[in-house]
Write a protein that binds this ligand. Sequence first.
Ligand code: ZN
Length: 527
Amino acid sequence: MSNSAKPARQLPGCFFLLLASCCQIMVPQSTDSLLHELRQIDHKIHRLSDIRATLEWDQETNLPSGGVDERSEQLALLGGMIHDLQTSPLLGTLVTSLAEMTLPTDEDRAMVRLHRREYDRASKLPKELVERQARLVGQSQPLWAQARKENNFAKFAPYLAQLVDLAREKAELIGYIDHPYDALLDEYEPGTTSAEVKAVFDGLEAGVADLVRKIAARPQVRNDFLTRNFPRDVQERVGRQVAGDLGFDWSAGRLDVTTHPFCTTLGPRDVRITTRYDESFFNMALYGIIHETGHALYEQGVDAKLGSTILAGGTSLGIHESQSRFWENFIGRSKPFVDRYLPVFQKAYPQSLGDVDATAFYRGVNKVEPSFIRVEADEVTYSLHIILRFRLEMALLEGSLKAEDVPQAWNALFTKLFGVTPPDDAQGCLQDVHWAMGGLGYFPTYTLGNLYAAQFFLVLKKDVPNWETLVRQGDFAPLLAWMRTNLHRHGRIYTAGELCKRVTGRSLDPQPFLEYLNTKYGAVYGL
Ligand code: ZN
């Protein structure tokens, strides 16, 4: 998301001359020569992207406040260089020619398809618009932060109106068949349409709402022991141990501290994750580390031959999120995982967890209750937060909802979905940074991740029937090997839809996730 917000800058002369001279060279006509030329540009783009990721990682983890202005200039320069390479006439000629040829491998076809897609999208957006978006986002973000702090939506409303107008303008330039939302969603979840998301979410909503109602009628489980004292250094040691046990390769990655946790890839064997610590809340760091480890395992598992190319990395944000959610929730919040690790946690925090048994701990880390803040939501209610945002974004783009009316619309829909009303906008429509960053269309990928994870988990359980015994023994290698073989190694060769069909034999479907929730929480709450 942040990458697309970077302004495209004028290239330094030597780089521009190099490109200009490239364009005058006769393009060789054989498929091999064209592929060779495309690979050379591809490597250049991806090395520059890795350099940009390194600067961004440094900005989040280490950069002193005095270095912020110069760093944004450095990032803008790199962003412009990458944009100009992605939209260069030479690249355009190469992908147009190659798209009409019979290519020898899946890798070659995918490389051409992805470059052509990036070229088409980037070429449709004039530099003026890219710069205008960067300026608007630059102004909106601090305004949004201030508005949230002061609980004053009116301050952010005019900026949100402009951000929506700009998103609509972008969608019109990029093009779509059914709905302008499709053009925005395509940036994060290529090939997925808003009609597909709507159908899936409609199916999900009824099932989740029904489960939430049933849970609300049962006695609540206790989780007070999760808010006792957990020293930071011990949390870090335990988190590192768990990440390593799951398969995180410490020779190809790091763990650092940031306000907002993330995972980023700086090169083929350099995947960085971050977390944050709260000494009076057990879940935050541990489950945060497991979540980011899930993203990292995907990145570390991509076939080495795809390294530093457009094919390295996850194929979509939804598939990426399926990996983080799989390890965080499907494994990390499972009973076998608790059986394995509660003794480790009790040894680490004897005062805080010494009196808790495995059943109570398991129920505690799976407590379900309606909450106002998305990032703190449990596995069951999380999707409702996303459904709400998706519906409002669709209405904003259609023009049936005005930016200034978002608080009323948010609260009305929240009350309908959760049965409670946010006490203020800071805990309602002002809580997320995504809109201020120009990220309309991003939210659905979080829930798609849950759904993909449930579909993959069904197949994994058939292929690795003793998965519970393995987890109880702390032997995660067979589970990771399954993910590597079926998903990770392919990088971006297949689209999310193709991958889902290859692995599960079906398209995206909310049923496996609903069945998983009903079985698991039926047991936790005795339904
Ligand atoms: Zn994630």
